[in-house]
Design a protein around this ligand. Structure first.
Ligand SMILES: [Zn+2]
Ligand SMILES: [Zn+2]
Length: 292
């Protein structure tokens, strides 16, 4: 069992979750190649169950509790507290950890947002000293920046995901090429006015409003060019974030050689949110936890 995750569960610490498109078991894994920052989660419980070949498999129930809406929703608000889903496999689980006290990260009804209700854990920066520790911290800090930049600054205003083949309109709004073209699918740029159904008298341009503002972008839509500069910036950030994920996949092995950690099968909650987990995400988030 990953002790850091168990501590996060007991204390109710916020944990940052990053999902990779390589995560085949999760229906919430991004479709687009790369990784996506999915927000702050809490581990509500963890347990072990027997997996294939009698390996003990560690499982963690992750529940999203972020003030920002999830990347896959069109909601304009973040998560609200909700009842935990029923996990059938708990019946045969062993080593079950459930939080007893109040969580450190919790929803404040008065302020209508998630916040620290108890002081966050002391930063590990104080513990780490000497050259190597310093380097590692600097690296982690950079990584965190890369992960945060991806969804926030390079978000498509239609699908809310990281931009794919980004188009930048003359009104300076960014969309995936497929999303923007999809928004106007089936609409023609011009309409023809006919006189008694016979001869075309004149051609009139259709107005096509930017999905983000009222600007007419019909002219632009006739031949939109992918913003190569923006695409390049996103690609390099995605490479950095992917490298970061690989790094976290290979680090932290050791005390768990006799165990495998598996993913909780996605459990749909009433609002369509997901409850799931993988060890990789856990590790990635464990690293970032102190940054929250
Ligand atoms: Zn899009
Ligand atoms: Zn616009």
């Amino acid at each position: 069992m990953n002790e850091a995750l168990r501590v996060s569960c007991r204390k109710g610490y916020p944990v940052r979750v990053v999902r990779s498109h390589k995560e085949k078991r999760s229906s919430y894994a991004p479709v687009v190649k790369g990784v996506r920052y999915d927000g702050i989660y809490r581990i509500e419980m963890c347990w072990r169950k027997s997996g294939i070949q009698n390996h003990k498999v560690c499982r963690y129930l992750f529940v999203r509790c972020d003030n920002e809406p999830a990347p896959w929703t069109s909601d304009d608000h973040g998560d609200r507290p909700r009842p935990l889903p029923v996990i059938g496999e708990l019946e045969n689980a062993v080593d079950v950890t459930i939080r007893k006290g109040d969580p450190s990260w919790d929803y404040d009804e008065e302020e209508s947002r998630w916040m620290w209700k108890k002081p966050p854990p002391a930063s590990k920066k104080k513990v780490n000293c000497g050259d190597e520790g310093g380097k590692r911290i600097r690296k982690r800090k950079q990584q965190g920046t890369a992960k945060r930049q991806l969804p926030k600054e390079f978000k498509c205003l239609i699908c809310k995901n990281v931009l794919t083949n980004p188009l930048t309109t003359p009104c300076a709004h960014n969309f995936c090429k497929a999303c923007l073209e999809g928004a106007f699918a089936g609409q023609s740029y011009v309409r023809q006015r006919t006189c008694h159904g016979r001869r075309t008298l004149r051609v009139q341009k259709n107005v096509m409003k930017c999905p983000s503002c009222a600007n007419d972008i019909a002219d632009y839509l006739q031949n939109p060019q992918v913003n190569r500069e923006l695409a390049g910036a996103i690609e390099s950030l995605q490479r950095r974030a992917a490298a970061e994920n690989e790094e976290s996949e290979t680090s932290g092995q050791g005390d768990e050689s006799d165990e495998q950690t598996d993913s909780v099968a996605d459990t749909e909650v009433s609002n369509g949110d997901s409850v799931e987990e993988t060890e990789v995400e856990g590790r990635a988030s464990k690293k970032a936890k102190v940054e929250v």
